[in-house]
Ligand binder design. Structure first.
Ligand SMILES: Cc1cc2nc3c(=O)[nH]c(=O)nc-3n(C[C@H](O)[C@H](O)[C@H](O)COP(=O)(O)OP(=O)(O)OC[C@H]3O[C@@H](n4cnc5c(N)ncnc54)[C@H](O)[C@@H]3O)c2cc1C
Length: 402
């Protein structure tokens, strides 16, 4: 018998979410992370995440939504506009018959809720400051070679789950190729305070400098994600806080008045990495290891949670976690959603990156037309909320797997 049933490589948001989802199942779960155990919340960057209504249901099923709710700011309206164009469109939660189109949470609050949830989980063993260095599968089990300060050793498992991020070592060790697209852009993120109330509107602004999302956070703060060419981003990072705050309305406009204060600024390089396949013998990928996307549409973690929900449901129904059939069904159910979501994020970015004025007018007209087409808007809203077909499995409906 293997040492573990399921070994998750990577304890980021995806790995933690999967570990928590597997709590009710009679599985021996191992989670390995190259980072040390987190004792200081300052290690988390200033990123905030827009979670669709579908993700809120999944976190309800995982059992952490109640702990998150007080720190989650609802998105009641999405407003999209383009700098220099009259067109704009609004999607409203009320028009879609839901209380909120999604919720904005800080990475710090979400990771804290997940860490608390798994800290008392009897079926989970965690190894920190430990790196996966080799993988060998003989069909009956997978042998993992791992390394920590005290040296290297081997662990056996029935299923290897690679959740180790965009530069995934498990993906490379499994010999899974990727397609990568470097956007030659970086994202600056900061939580900033506007003079006017945000009224729970998520703004998507296609500024000349690059797309800018302004997401409503608690305490009337806005989580800004601004994608820019690297040289321009360096110049903005070098500004004083006051100069930075004064610069924002030149790109974003004055819908929220001027900006009064800012938290720390962080910067992320942006590229899309897509794994050519999601599975190998007794192994599979999920989260950023399978699909790292541009954050323009805020879909990365939402997509990862759908990976988690599908995998947790499959693990609940198969006796052998590394069963070939389980792997095949996982690939079949996840690949179309991953490809469609990646195309949507990439397409949106390409459409709004074109500087030609004629295209700007067409885009403006498109935003006006979209505003007048409620059925299409509703469809887009459902996609943004993370509702996809087929929605099989209890987590998609806010219930734990059993
Ligand atoms: C600016 C920005 C804004 C975003 N906004 C949104 C949003 O609004 N909505 C949304 O849904 N998504 C958003 N995303 C995407 C989201 O942040 C990611 O999809 C999500 O955090 C991915 O988590 P992950 O756990 O898959 O990967 P990671 O966070 O990269 O975690 C990987 C983990 O694996 C560990 N690891 C790496 N190598 C090894 C190894 N060899 N052995 C052991 N462990 C290893 C690492 O230590 C790490 O803990 C955004 C991303 C960015 C950059």
């Amino acid at each position: 018998m293997s040492d573990y049933d399921v070994s998750i490589i990577g304890g980021g948001l995806t790995g933690l979410s999967l570990a928590a989802a597997l709590a009710p199942l009679p599985l021996r779960v191992l989670m390995i992370d190259s980072r040390p155990a987190i004792t200081d919340l300052a290690v988390y960057d200033e990123r905030s995440l827009a979670l669709g209504f579908g993700s809120r249901l999944i976190y309800g099923g995982i059992g952490i939504w109640d702990a998150m709710a007080a720190n989650a700011s609802p998105i009641e309206t999405v407003h999209a506009s383009e700098q220099g164009s009259l067109g704009s469109t609004r999607l409203k939660a009320a028009d879609c018959g839901v209380a909120a189109l999604g919720y904005v949470v800080t990475l710090r609050d979400l990771a804290t809720a997940l860490e608390q949830r798994v800290s008392t989980q009897p079926n989970l063993t965690r190894l920190h400051s430990t790196r996966l260095t080799a993988v060998d599968s003989d069909g009956g089990q997978v042998t993992l070679s791992v390394e920590d300060d005290s040296g290297s050793r081997q662990i056996t498992t029935a299923l290897l789950v690679g959740a180790d991020g965009g530069a995934s070592a498990s993906r490379q060790l499994l010999g899974i190729d990727t397609t990568t697209k470097d956007y030659n852009q970086v994202a600056i993120v900061a939580n900033i305070e506007p003079r006017e109330p945000h009224r729970h509107i998520a703004f998507e602004r296609f500024a000349h400098s690059g797309p800018m999302a302004m997401l409503p956070l608690t305490d009337n703060r806005c989580a800004m994600v601004w994608s820019l060419p690297p040289e321009q981003a360096e110049a903005i990072m070098a500004l004083s806080d006051d100069a930075f705050l004064a610069d924002i309305p030149r790109h974003f406009g004055y819908r929220l008045g001027d900006f009064l204060s800012t938290g720390r600024r962080d910067m992320f390089p942006l590229k899309m990495t897509l794994a050519h396949r999601l599975t190998a013998q007794r192994s599979l990928l999920l989260g950023n290891a399978a699909h790292a996307l541009h954050p323009i549409a805020g879909q990365g973690l939402n997509l990862a949670l759908r990976d988690v929900a599908v995998l947790a449901e499959l693990l609940a129904s198969f006796d052998d976690p590394g069963d070939d059939m389980l792997l095949q069904i996982y690939q079949q159910r996840r690949k179309p959603d991953i490809d469609a979501t990646a195309n949507y994020s990439d397409g949106l970015l390409r459409l709004f990156s074109y500087p030609m004025p004629i295209l700007a007018h067409l885009r403006g007209a498109g935003l006006i037309a979209l505003d007048r087409l409620p059925p299409l808007k509703k469809r887009l809203a459902r996609l943004g909320m993370g509702f996809r077909k087929p929605l099989q499995g209890p987590l998609f409906h806010g219930r734990a797997v059993r």
